[in-house]
Design a protein around this ligand. Structure first.
Ligand SMILES: NC(=O)c1ccc[n+]([C@@H]2O[C@H](COP(=O)([O-])OP(=O)(O)OC[C@H]3O[C@@H](n4cnc5c(N)ncnc54)[C@H](O)[C@@H]3O)[C@@H](O)[C@H]2O)c1
Length: 430
């Protein structure tokens, strides 16, 4: 938060008044078709390297530039490039502002950003202003001002800001999307989704993302990581393409488990023993859509519990719930219990998984969904199509972060959800 270049970039975006020169929406704006997609990477920690590995396995990709403030991470990425048979890329590792030099290169079509959250929006804004398309990790933004700045800049510079929401490409999520579109659940009424992932160990591990992630728990109370749960559900419900998120109410439990874990594992002399975490262990938000549908969105990264994103969607004809996957369809499922979705998989497996499932299975990251997301993005760029996730999705799926903080701070009052599409959601269909 102290870095002047980061703040300067955000200020420049505000001062430039990008919104005043709007030239129309970018949801259906097609990429310029190209045979080879040239990528730059900023942030080569755990996630950045995993993305690099996925992209290096895709035909038509050439990585031209690599950037991280830690020199060894750039070096490790160069080793991965050599192993993949790619020539060495340009290296940037001299400081927090050097990503700007990478952004100015004219041999980069798409910049992949996998840095700590506070850097996402400033990095995307600068890259868009230099004519680069951006693929940014989740959440793309942590304040409403940043969400709007991303939308304004993408529209002004006619460049895409794609949030890398990999869960939208999970096998079950895409299968359920297919089922929704085939009308299996009837008219959708509600969904329940979450990010429930015990990350206490990571939060206190040296050399991993722990420090900056823990830092967020010192200053924010709400849903800090909303997009993995919300992204897939937003696609089931055609959010921004016929419906929109309209209001949100949020409530947090007390913050207990992180401090408890810390006190069990760190010596009393460790300076982290002085930290005061304010983010409630469990946060739940209720979101109402313009068409009156209800989404329950939860966040919990520090209670000991199994991993779960819930991934529940329901309508007039039935319901699906994940972890483990199960389904109930009116008139088809026998009795009152759930049935396994196994007998539906062959009929409803998504075309992307039919086509790429075997290749994806060879990539270990998150069961192959990361590979399918990366593959599809490159395919859209090579074929000159519009991306499947746009800046309106990035802003909408990230916004429950700051909106939940606001609602919690106001005693769980409802807060209005900005319409980042500026009314275009009404005219769009998926
Ligand atoms: N989609 C997913 O499934 C998934 C999984 C893990 C992480 N993530 C996201 O990926 C992002 C990175 O997470 P991570 O776990 O890799 O964290 P990390 O701490 O391991 O990596 C972040 C990297 O960014 C570098 N960095 C920081 N500031 C920089 C700057 N100004 N310029 C260049 N490099 C800079 C750091 O040196 C580090 O190598 C986060 O946004 C996180 O939420 C997403």
């Amino acid at each position: 938060m102290q870095n002047p270049s980061r703040r300067a970039i955000l200020r420049a975006a505000a001062v430039a008044g990008w919104a005043s020169e709007l030239t129309g929406g970018v949801a259906s704006m097609k990429f310029e078709a190209r045979e080879t997609v040239r990528l730059g990477f900023v942030g080569l920690g755990g996630r950045g390297k995993s993305l690099l590995k996925n992209f290096l396995a895709i035909p038509g990709v050439r990585v031209t530039a690599l950037c991280d403030v830690v020199k060894d991470r750039v070096w490790e990425a160069q080793q991965m490039m050599a192993q993949a048979g790619q020539p060495a890329a340009a290296s940037y590792h001299s400081g927090e502002g050097e990503f700007q030099d990478l952004a100015r290169r004219d041999d980069v079509d798409l910049v992949c950003i996998a840095t700590p959250w506070r850097w996402h929006a400033p990095m995307v804004l600068f890259n868009l202003s230099q004519g680069r398309h951006c693929a940014v990790e989740v959440p793309a933004a942590t304040t409403l001002e940043e969400c709007w700045a991303l939308v304004d800049a993408s529209e002004k510079f006619r460049r895409h800001c794609i949030q890398l929401e990999n869960c939208c490409y999970g096998h079950n999520e895409l299968m359920v999307l297919n089922m929704v579109r085939e009308g299996l659940f009837g008219e959708l009424t509600h969904a329940e989704t979450a990010y429930l992932h015990d990350q206490r160990d990571e939060f206190f591990s040296a050399g991993r993302a722990g420090d900056w992630r823990r830092y967020e728990h010192l200053r924010r109370n709400g849903n800090l990581y909303p997009t993995h749960g919300l992204g897939p559900v937003a696609r089931y419900m055609d959010i921004n393409q016929g419906d929109r998120l309209e209001s949100l109410v949020s409530m947090s439990s007390p913050a207990r488990s992180l401090a408890w874990y810390r006190d069990q594992h760190l010596p009393s002399t460790d300076p982290r023993r002085q930290e005061k975490y304010i983010c409630g262990d469990h946060n739940v938000s209720l979101i109402q859509t313009a068409r009156g549908r209800l989404i329950t969105l939860a966040h919990n990264v520090c209670t000991p519990e199994p991993y779960d994103r819930i991934n529940l969607v329901a309508g007039s004809k039935g319901i699906f719930r994940d972890y483990p996957p199960r389904i109930y369809l009116d008139g088809r499922t026998k009795g009152e219990g759930w049935e396994s979705p196994d007998s539906y998989i062959d009929s409803f497996r998504h075309p992307l998984w039919k086509r790429l499932g075997k290749l994806a299975g060879e990539q270990e990251a998150h069961g192959g969904m990361d590979f399918i997301m990366c593959y599809r993005l490159i395919e859209c760029m090579r074929e000159g199509l519009a991306p499947e996730m746009d800046v309106y999705d990035a802003a909408t799926w990230s916004a429950p972060g700051p909106l939940s903080e606001l609602s919690v701070a106001r005693g769980s009052s409802p807060v209005p959800f900005p319409d980042f599409t500026r009314g275009r959601w009404k005219g769009q269909t998926a």
